[in-house]
Every structure is written in structure tokens, then in C-alpha cells.
Design a protein around this ligand. Structure first.
Ligand code: NAP
Length: 351
């Protein structure tokens, strides 16, 4: 049982990010003081949405300078904090060097942040933003699980530096966090494992891969068809609330799969089409797997990824997030439209 004093500051790594933006929003709403170590506190493009929220909401924000790859750089910001949210980690499928661009910041960054936790005696709890990618590598892996369903018991054992390296980075980072947590008994670790996060962000032009993936449904990239891919989806505000509850629920423990529902890419497009009609070039059909396999590498989808993910149903069990954290979920039919409307309002689809 860990009781966090809400009068003490809380630290959020990666506050400029999509998921963390909504988390900071939630913390400021609750009147907390947020310590935000970011790569460049003077970059107003990245920090202005957070500064604006702090003006409107009861809480306060203080920026610090830190980098996941700069050892000890989180020490200053962590002083006096009882609760640390570690969300910073690159989420991008457009990388050049998987080791340098994904694995190092995820793994060495987790070691770095938890090193600061070790040196900061006030810290009682760390909430880590992991991913469902640390639970499950490829959708085909579900076939070997009981009821074809992934739970918090399961770990991704099929990703590697060369196959699904983002998922590999999240698996390595979460395992390292558990390893460091078990080596001591001052601070406890609570982990959030979201599926694909969508829904309006505090910054309408976020750079998270979530924006890149979702934008392609409406910009014509997928108009000739989509692969039969089933994906778990969750609203970014519900992911923020899951973090908040993980931080302040005294008995919270372990991992939490956070996912509202799964939809295929075509079903996502159908939700948008039923709202916007033909105003945007939404995909209207699924491509046969053999064709996706053939052309996949040309559009950044390696054949092994096609083979192991296309055409399989996706199923995870999110019961623990509801029963132990008390989380409730928005419906994709609602947040997909809200996210798309945010993109329209901010000129994403202008020619
Ligand atoms: P995002 O918007 O790209 O946020 C990533 C954050 O990490 C940014 O604040 C970025 O800072 C920071 N960061 C990256 N490299 C850094 C470094 N070397 N030093 C310091 N900060 C660094 O992506 P997101 O979608 O919000 O992802 C946030 C977390 O959620 C990640 O841990 C991700 O794995 C996890 N997650 C995301 C999803 C999803 O669908 N979006 C699903 C499951 C889990 P800058 O602003 O300076 O670049």
C-alpha cells in the first residue's frame, strides 16, 4: 500500500509527448505541481500547450532540462517527488538505426531515470508507460495462448532488433524496470501497457506514431485498400487516467493492459466514413494477404510482419484495469471521430 502526498511535486518524463500531454493535463486539473524534465525547455513549439494548460488549470508546472541518454540529468527535477511517471521513449516506426533510435533511449533511458529514483529518497512509486507490445509481439502469437487472449501474465518473446524493434525496445525497457524494482524495497512499480493510443491530444500536431498511422486513413495513402489487421485501440485521455489511477491508488500493483476494444483498419475507416461520408478518401476494401505480402516491403511492412500479423484476430483481457484501477473506457466510435475532427480543424488534410 503506497500513499502519495498530493502536496508534493510529481515528475513526468517526456511531458512534451502525446500520451504525457494528457497525463500532465489530468495532474494539473487535480491541482498537482508537475516537474517536467524535457530535452529543451526553451522550445516553445513543444512546451506551449503545457504552459497554456498550467495557466488555465489549478496545478503548476516547472520545466527542467534532461535527456534519456544523459546520465543523472533527471536528478534535479526529481528532488522532493514521491511519484515518478516515466513515459519518455521514442514511439516511431520511421527509424534508421533500431539500436540507436529505439533500443538505447528505451533501455538506457529507463536505467537512467530509475538511477535517479535510486538517488532520490523521497520517491515511493514509479509508474512506467510500457506497451501492449511488451505483452505480445505479433498477433499470430495469440494462437498459442489460452483462449487466444493475452493477459498481464504474458511477455513478448518474439520481437528482436531486426523484427518489430519498437516492440523489442518496450519489452527490454519494461523487463529492466522490473529487474531494478526487485533489487530494492523503497519504491514500488506500477506498469501501464496500452494498445494503440488514439484520440485528441493537447497538441493537435503531435509527432507520435499514433498521428502518423491515423492520418493515413484520411490522406489517401490507404485509398486503394488496407491489410486485414486487427488492432487494440484506446483513447489517449483514458490512458492518462490509467496512469493517474496507477499513481494514486494505494494498492495498485503490477502490469495493466489498457485497451478499449479492437477494430480492423477497415472497421476504423468505416467508423470515419459513416460520419464524414465521401469527403475524405477513406479505404473501402481489404487487400488479399498475398498482395500485402508482395507489396508490403515497398510501403515499410516487412514480409515477416505481414505473415505473422495479417488475418489474425487480436484479443487482450483488460479486466484488471477495470477491477483494480477502476478505469472506464471511451468507445472507439467516439474517439476516432474526435481525433479525426481535431486533425481537420488544424488543417492536416489541406491540399
Ligand atoms: P511521443 O509523442 O513521441 O512522445 C515521446 C516522448 O519521449 C517525447 O516527449 C519525447 O521528447 C521523449 N523522448 C524521446 N527521446 C528522448 C530522449 N532521448 N530524451 C528525453 N526525452 C525523449 O509518443 P507517445 O505516443 O506519446 O509515447 C509516449 C509513451 O507511450 C512511450 O513510452 C510509448 O512507447 C508509449 N506508448 C505509446 C502508444 C501509442 O500508441 N502512442 C502505445 C503504447 C505505449 P521530445 O518531445 O523532445 O521529442
Amino acid at each position: 500500500m503506497t500513499q502519495i502526498n498530493k502536496k508534493m511535486p510529481v515528475l513526468v518524463t517526456g511531458a512534451t509527448g502525446y500520451v504525457a500531454g494528457r497525463l500532465v493535463n489530468r495532474l494539473l486539473e487535480a491541482g498537482l505541481t508537475v516537474h517536467a524534465p524535457v530535452r529543451d525547455p526553451n522550445n516553445l513549439d513543444k512546451t506551449r500547450f503545457l504552459r497554456q494548460l498550467a495557466e488555465e488549470l489549478p496545478g503548476q508546472i516547472r520545466f527542467f532540462e534532461a535527456d534519456l541518454l544523459d546520465g543523472g540529468s533527471y536528478d534535479e527535477a526529481m528532488k522532493g517527488c514521491e511519484l515518478v511517471f516515466h513515459t519518455a521513449s521514442p514511439f516511431s516506426l520511421q527509424f534508421k538505426d533500431a539500436q540507436k533510435d529505439l533500443i538505447d533511449p528505451a533501455l538506457l533511458g529507463t536505467r537512467n531515470v530509475l538511477g535517479s529514483v535510486e538517488r532520490t529518497p523521497t520517491v515511493k512509486r514509479v509508474v512506467l508507460t510500457s506497451s501492449c507490445a511488451a505483452v505480445l509481439g505479433d498477433t499470430v502469437d495469440l494462437l498459442s495462448l489460452p483462449n487466444g487472449t493475452a493477459t498481464e501474465e504474458h511477455w513478448n518473446s518474439t520481437s528482436s532488433l531486426t523484427h518489430q524493434p519498437y516492440s523489442f525496445s518496450k519489452t527490454l525497457a519494461e523487463k529492466e524496470a522490473w529487474h531494478l524494482n526487485r533489487a530494492q524495497n523503497r519504491w514500488d512499480l506500477v506498469v501501464i501497457n496500452p494498445t494503440l493510443v488514439l484520440g485528441p491530444g493537447i497538441n493537435p500536431r503531435g509527432t507520435s506514431e499514433s498521428f502518423h498511422i491515423f492520418r493515413q486513413l484520411g490522406d489517401g495513402t490507404m485509398k486503394s485498400g488496407v491489410p486485414d489487421l486487427d488492432i487494440g485501440l484506446v483513447d489517449v485521455r483514458d490512458v492518462a487516467q490509467a496512469h493517474y489511477l496507477a499513481g494514486f491508488t494505494p494498492k495498485a500493483q503490477g502490469r495493466h493492459i489498457v485497451s478499449a476494444k479492437s477494430l480492423t483498419v477497415l472497421q476504423m475507416a468505416q467508423v470515419l466514413r459513416s460520419h464524414y461520408g465521401d469527403a475524405y478518401p477513406f479505404p473501402q476494401k481489404q487487400l488479399p494477404k498475398w498482395l500485402v505480402w508482395l507489396v508490403g516491403p515497398l510501403v515499410g511492412m516487412p514480409r515477416k510482419m505481414v505473415r505473422r500479423n495479417v488475418g489474425y484476430p487480436w484479443k487482450v483481457d483488460h479486466t484488471k484495469s477495470k477491477t483494480e484501477l477502476g478505469l472506464t473506457y471511451r468507445e472507439p466510435e467516439e474517439f476516432l471521430v474526435e481525433f479525426f475532427q481535431q486533425m481537420i480543424d488544424h488543417g492536416t488534410f489541406q491540399k
